[in-house]
Design a protein. Structure first.
Length: 64
């Protein structure tokens, strides 16, 4: 959903939930952990997960 402020030069705030594929680490690896592995493709899997987003936009022109 979006929330608009102003009648001419509008300011809009948007936010919501996103759902889609992401790459997750496997085999006990954690984000930020150092490793000697160079080929990380064997240690990731594609899964679906939720995420969140927030946006701010501003209209510079008054379009009629």
């Amino acid at each position: 959903p979006s929330f608009f402020i102003g009648s001419k030069n509008r300011l809009a705030f948007s936010g919501g939930v996103a759902y889609g594929p992401v790459n997750k680490l496997t085999n006990g690896l954690e984000v930020g952990e150092q490793t000697e592995i160079f080929d990380i493709d064997n240690y990731t899997k594609s899964v679906y997960d939720f995420g969140y987003y927030f946006g701010i936009s501003f209209s510079l022109f008054d379009i009629k």
